[in-house]
Design a protein around this ligand. Structure first.
Ligand code: AMP
Ligand code: ZN
Length: 483
């Protein structure tokens, strides 16, 4: 498999350190609010990566943190803790907020068929890990204590900027307005490893440490949690592009200074989902959540398909019109799959392999998901039996996660339910909708035809057409749809 590595700015062959297990780490959500669908774009594409790795035969151990402390309103360690802000907004405790929004996050993920990582670890569970790392960084001179906080000294590194080919907009480090510059820092990019009460009196969660009662910085969480569960090396680290700097840059700085060797081999960054008016936000404009999509009548999986239709390394513009198109495509796809009839025939292994090879080749090429979706349409067009097609689609869906087979089965059942059978004559509603009046007219037309009253049959067909109903004759019946 080839994967674009942000650290080398090249598409590289993916070779895990240990062929038996791929170690994968994902930056998890800051649970102070609902995830917006931009956040979820990152998690969908990371889910595709994990599922594809498994699909081609790797064992994967995937770890994700839950940021429930230490992520300040500016990613550059300034401002207020986002969790505290959430707690104040809702007049609840920080722990209540964390629990509520962690559950909400996984419920959104479930609706989008995003698999829960093997290990999910809240940052507040691993304080000892951070203290161990920070202690060594202090002992080896990579960290210093100033004004009540412990900072990482970026001037000690030969190379600090790892991901420096992104544009300034993508590297924007969050809210800066109204945030004072931290004069304790020796260098502009130094970042906080441990905060103490001296600077942020109002922090709700605090722990004892060699540097005073306080709490960890955001970046140290991911190094600590990753090392706790995956050891001293990592194959792939993922996150949205805004995490590349300063978050991931700082993770590398502290992890490699602590370990004394290279930490992670491949960095995967998902570009942002934006709106027509720019960056997606939880506070400005429409707060785009999975709940809002559902409220407006969209299937969350239509949003997943929308994400799959474009490449993760391109920014993507969200609009309701774009989502309408994706929903239309999704519904048509389900209808076409529902049109395949399982007949208990043997799977055509040659066809299966040819189709699968194309699908794998698309995803092996730096996760070309839009080509993988095209490979799905190839299945529908392929000259083979329907049982084979259904088997291939079920197989692809292990990665695509679009519930294609279950939705198509349901559709087939609906069609059956809405098929009115009168003797040998069956009336099928193509959309699955039942309409007694339309069905009665179609039946009357059939009766007229049987009585050889073709003028009356045509009159009824024209009447239905004028009402926006198209009737098509099929063997032993008729099907209808609105046009
Ligand atoms: P947060 O909850 O803010 O820590 O972010 C969770 C994940 O969403 C991180 O991987 C971010 O990089 C990613 N992210 C934030 N905004 C967007 C966006 N507009 N589009 C895609 N990913 C995003
Ligand atoms: Zn992280």
């Amino acid at each position: 498999m080839k994967l674009y590595n942000s650290a080398t700015r090249k598409k590289e062959d993916f070779v895990p350190n240990n062929p038996d297990i791929v170690k994968m780490y994902t930056c998890g959500p800051t649970v102070y609010h609902f995830a917006h669908i931009g956040n979820l774009r990152s998690y969908i594409m990371e889910d595709i990566l994990e599922k594809h790795l498994r699909y081609v035969g790797y064992n994967v151990k995937r770890v994700m943190n839950i940021t429930d402390v230490g992520h300040l309103t500016s990613d550059a360690d300034e401002g207020e803790d986002k969790m505290l802000k959430g707690a104040k907004r809702e007049n609840k405790s920080v722990m209540d907020i964390a629990k509520f929004y962690t559950d909400a996050f996984f419920s959104d993920c479930a609706k989008l068929n995003i698999k829960t990582p093997d290990v999910v670890e809240p940052a507040t569970n691993c304080i000892d890990e951070y203290i161990k790392i920070i202690t060594k960084l202090m002992d080896t001179g990579y960290a210093y204590f100033a004004g009540g906080n412990v900072y990482f000294d970026t001037s000690k590194l030969e190379r600090y900027y790892i991901f420096n080919d992104f544009n300034a907009d993508d590297l924007d480090v969050g809210v800066r307005e109204g945030v004072e510059e931290d004069t304790n820092k020796r260098n502009k990019n130094d970042f906080v490893l441990w905060f103490t009460k001296s600077k942020f009196e109002d922090q709700a969660l605090k722990w004892d440490s060699p540097w005073g009662v306080g709490y960890p910085g955001w970046h140290i969480e991911c190094s600590g949690i990753s090392m706790k569960h995956l050891g001293e090396d990592l194959d792939i680290h993922c996150g949205g592009i805004d995490n590349a700097f300063p978050h991931h840059t700082n993770e590398i700085a502290q992890s490699e200074s602590y370990l004394g060797h290279k930490w992670c081999n491949y960095w995967m960054h998902v570009l942002h989902l934006n709106t027509n008016s720019g960056k997606m936000s939880k506070s400005k404009g429409e707060f785009l959540t999975v709940a809002l999509l559902e409220e407006k009548g969209y299937d969350p999986l239509a949003y997943r398909l929308f994400c799959l239709q474009s490449h993760y390394r391109k920014s993507l513009v969200f609009s309701w019109e774009n989502l309408d198109n994706a929903q239309g495509t999704y519904m048509k796809l389900i209808n076409r799959i529902a049109g395949l009839k399982p007949a208990g025939e043997a799977v055509d292994e040659e066809a299966f392999k040819a189709l699968r090879d194309k699908f794998v080749a698309a995803l092996d090429n730096d996760l070309n998901t839009s080509l993988a979706v095209t490979a799905l349409y190839d299945v529908l067009k392929y000259q083979t039996n329907d049982d084979t097609k259904l088997a291939v689609i079920a197989d692809f869906d292990k990665v695509l996660g679009l519930d294609l087979i279950a939705k198509a089965d349901k559709k087939r059942e609906e069609l059956k339910k809405h098929a009115v059978v009168a003797g040998q004559f069956t009336i099928i509603s193509e959309s699955g909708e039942a309409d007694a009046e339309v069905e009665a007219k179609i039946q009357a037309r059939q009766d007229a035809k049987k009585a050889k009253n073709f003028a009356e049959a045509d009159r009824i067909r024209d009447e239905l057409k004028a009402a926006g109903i198209e009737v098509t004759d099929i063997p032993h019946g008729a099907k209808w749809k609105r046009i």
